[in-house]
Write a protein that binds this ligand. Structure first.
Ligand code: PBG
Length: 322
């Protein structure tokens, strides 16, 4: 009976738990699109929709009331071009959303994803070489700085570069400081794998690459944790205030290793494909949705994540309270 003694009653089980969940550490990703009154469901992510600014404000108000006080914004612009120029327009879709949320949902922490894949006509994370074979690193970084400063002006508290270009974090820090935004923090997508689990997101953000894939800039899933630690440490050295591991569930070994190696908060992103799998199985009656969602979050936190970005943030806030 020795091992079973603490499992005997609910109170004993609670007494010895080390992993605590709180809505304070959850971040809700949202997709904002042009128009008014628009709610466009994402086929591969049941329960998730692209929303126009007015609807987004309502979603954020409700989330805030439930204890989800941080959101991560992705934009679907009116038009796309080869360089993704609408990303840094002060009238851009995310900039408009940021201004509306600043005035209508006070206290909400807004994280702005900076990347170009939602804004370029070819769907890559920055301008490509003439033959389309590679994304130009330094040109992309320069443009990311413009996009980030614009987001900061519109009210973003945190800038999250997701494009995996080398040297991004340092350039963003210098650019934000020079523009008077020393108080805006950087959440680096430090350890981001070239993952099949982003499939539904590309549907949600309308950002699938028109040719090729992202393996020349995102990480190879078969590499060891050493590369992950190098990525994370370099980003911290360049000024990252938080580092992310993405996806979360299939990479818990990496989450644990990064937690042990850096002295800033570690953020794990439970991505669209992880959400889609849980939804598909629950909708078929193959797993118990609430228990599986809670267990997935518990595991990510147990591995060492301080914060979790998840499309389940609102559901989890309710489940945690139970
Ligand atoms: C943009 C970006 C992606 C995700 C977050 N930011 C897609 C990609 O890299 O292809 C994926 C998020 C998810 O799957 O939920 N660079």
């Amino acid at each position: 009976m020795r091992l079973r003694r603490f499992r005997r009653t609910p109170t004993l089980r609670r007494l010895v738990r080390e992993t605590r969940l709180s809505p304070d550490n959850l971040v809700l990703p949202l997709f904002v699109c042009p128009g008014a009154g628009v709610e466009k469901p994402v086929g591969s992510m049941p329960g998730v929709a692209q929303q126009s600014v007015d609807r987004l404000v309502e979603t954020c108000r409700a989330a805030f009331a439930e204890g989800i006080r941080t959101v991560l914004l992705f934009g679907i612009p009116e038009h796309k071009d080869a360089t993704g120029s609408s990303a840094w327009s002060s009238d851009g879709i995310v900039q408009r959303a940021l201004r509306a949320l600043t005035s209508d949902v006070p206290g909400l922490v807004k994280i702005a994803d900076v990347c170009f894949c939602e804004y370029t006509s070819h769907g890559h994370c920055g301008p490509t070489s003439e033959d389309g074979s590679t994304v130009k690193n330094d040109e992309t970084v320069q443009r990311l700085v413009r996009q980030a400063v614009n987001h900061a002006k519109a009210g973003a508290a945190v800038i999250a570069p997701s494009g995996m270009m080398d040297g991004t974090v340092g350039a963003l820090r210098r650019g934000l400081d020079a523009a008077g935004f020393a108080g805006v923090s950087i959440l680096a997508y430090a350890v981001k794998y070239a993952s099949a689990f982003y499939g539904p997101f590309r549907d949600a953000a309308d950002s699938a690459p028109a040719f090729g894939d992202r393996r020349s800039y995102q990480m190879d899933p078969a590499r060891g944790v050493e590369e992950a630690l190098l990525e994370a440490r370099l980003d911290v050295e360049q000024g990252a205030d938080m580092v992310m591991v993405k996806p979360a569930g299939p990479y818990l070994d990496v989450v644990a290793a990064v937690r042990g190696a850096v002295d800033v908060p570690v953020v794990a992103y439970q991505v669209s494909g992880e959400y889609a799998m849980l939804e598909a199985a629950s909708r078929n009656g193959w797993i118990d949705r609430e228990r599986a969602v809670l267990e997935s979050l518990l595991s990510i936190k147990r591995a060492g994540a301080d914060l979790v970005i998840t499309y389940y943030a609102e559901l989890l806030a309710k489940l945690i309270e139970k």
